[in-house]
Design a protein around this ligand. Structure first.
Ligand code: SF4
Length: 308
């Protein structure tokens, strides 16, 4: 690819990322006037991408909000603790590095060979809540993306027996903070490309030596294969998460199956008996069209993501 073509492609990607993050922020009212948003930065491609795009949107957003990047140095062996402070200082953004040796605690408490992740993430959550409190943050932004959310949906279905994904916005379990995931609409492949384009100083995520979550890995591979074989399928699945039809599921707490009565009048979304449900592809904003300014009318108005 010529340098000119690469620059053009990267510009298109930047516009798409800004648009999708802006759309998620508006759709879920993630950021409001006066918010102080703690952006959790691990040193991985997703959290770098999150901070980068939020900083771009902050400049053109119709509301004023503050960003504070926070990294938790868990004292994993070999963690290069100079990388993030140097990077964040160059950006000129407010940041805080919290150093807590959770690695030793986890190593001490968990038998060798057993997975350390649940204790590690519980400790991390508690520390991040305390830091958010001390910094006076109102929102906690995490770098989970569309593919993480779909993976979680499948993991919960396959292994947890629940139709439950990962929320775009939810109150933290201690009730104190609003947790937001502004990358909810962003495919992982775009974040991989953006990390390359921006040359983020990625810190490897294998320093703790924990085994990978095999179930999550399998589901991730399944989704990636589908995405290659059937382009648009993951986008449709994300759309499905936003268009739930309780009458066509089986949760009695969501729909009054037991007290249901016939009315004699046609019912929208009523049962079609033996007929197949018609499958209509959800509306889609074509990237190429959007970049040329010929995009179909988007599903929401996105003032925050207007591109310059
Ligand atoms: S992969 Fe390592 S750092 Fe991440 S949650 Fe598991 S134990 Fe903790």
């Amino acid at each position: 690819m010529t340098p000119e073509k690469l620059a053009f492609e990267n510009k298109k990607l930047e516009k798409r990322l800004c648009r999708e993050v802006g759309r998620a922020i508006v759709d879920y009212n993630m950021i409001e006037e006066g918010d102080r948003v703690m952006v959790c930065l691990s040193g991985g491609k997703d959290s770098y991408g999150l901070l980068d795009i939020l900083m771009k949107l902050q400049k053109r957003a119709p509301v004023n909000f503050e960003l504070i990047a926070v990294n938790l140095d868990q004292k994993q062996p070999g963690f290069p603790d100079h990388i993030l402070p140097e990077y964040l200082s160059r950006l000129g953004i407010k940041y805080h590095i919290e150093t807590q040796d959770t690695y030793s605690i986890v190593k001490e408490k968990i038998e060798p060979g057993k997975t350390m992740c649940s204790l590690c993430s519980r400790l991390r959550r508690g520390i991040l809540y305390r830091v958010a409190r001390e910094l006076g943050c109102t929102k906690i932004a995490l770098g989970h993306h569309r593919d993480d959310m779909l993976q979680t949906l499948f993991l919960n279905m396959f292994f947890g027996g629940k139709l439950k994904g990962m929320p775009a916005k939810l109150v933290s379990d201690n009730g104190e903070f609003m947790v937001i995931r502004p990358l909810a609409y962003v495919p992982e492949k775009d974040l991989i490309r953006w990390a390359e384009a921006r040359q983020f100083p990625i810190i490897p995520c294998t320093l703790c030596g924990s085994q990978e979550n095999l179930q999550r890995k399998q589901v991730g591979n399944l989704l990636r294969d589908w995405d290659k074989q059937f382009p648009g399928r993951l986008e449709n699945m994300l759309h499905a998460l936003q268009h739930v039809v309780p009458s066509h599921l089986m949760d009695r707490s969501l729909y009054p199956f037991q007290t249901l009565k016939t009315t004699g009048a046609p019912v929208e979304d009523g049962d079609l008996a033996f007929d197949e449900e018609p499958l209509e592809a959800p509306p889609r904003v074509a990237d190429e069209d959007a970049d040329e300014g010929n995009a179909p009318v988007p599903r929401t108005v996105i003032p925050i993501a207007a591109t310059t």
